[in-house]
Write a protein that binds this ligand. Structure first.
Ligand SMILES: [Zn+2]
Length: 115
C-alpha cells in the first residue's frame, strides 16, 4: 500500500467513525421523538415550537437514511482500497485525481462523470 493509499485509508476510517456517530445520534433522536409522539396523544402533531412532529420525524429519517448510505459507500471504498481497485472512476475508468479523493474519499466517479 502506498503512502497516499494509507492516507486515504485513514481518511476513510475517520469518515466511518464520524458517520457512525451521526447515525447513532439520529437513531437516538428518532427514538426520543417516537416516544414523544406516543406520549402526547392530545396534541400529537405539534410540539411547543409549532413544528409538526411528523415533519421533524421525516427530516431525521431522511438524514439517517443518508448517513447509512454514506456508511455503505465508505465501506465499499475501503474494500476497493484493500482489493487494489481504489481510485479508478466507475464510469470512465480513469484515475480520480487525488485532490478529489481527499475532499471526498468514498467518491466512486471523477468530477467530470458525477451527474
Ligand atoms: Zn470519470
Amino acid at each position: 500500500m502506498t503512502a497516499s493509499e494509507r492516507r486515504i485509508r485513514d481518511l476513510l476510517i475517520a469518515e466511518q467513525v464520524r458517520i457512525d456517530g451521526r447515525a447513532t445520534k439520529l437513531e437516538r433522536d428518532i427514538a426520543a421523538l417516537t416516544s414523544a409522539r406516543r406520549s402526547s396523544v392530545d396534541d400529537d402533531e405539534h410540539d411547543p415550537d409549532g413544528e409538526p412532529l411528523s415533519a421533524r420525524w421525516s427530516l431525521l429519517a431522511g438524514l439517517l437514511e443518508s448517513a447509512r448510505d454514506d456508511a455503505r459507500q465508505s465501506a465499499e471504498a475501503l474494500r476497493r482500497l484493500e482489493a487494489g481497485r481504489y481510485g479508478a472512476c466507475a464510469a470512465c475508468g480513469e484515475p480520480i485525481p487525488i485532490g478529489q479523493l481527499e475532499v471526498r474519499p468514498f467518491r466512486e466517479r471523477c468530477v467530470a462523470c458525477t451527474p
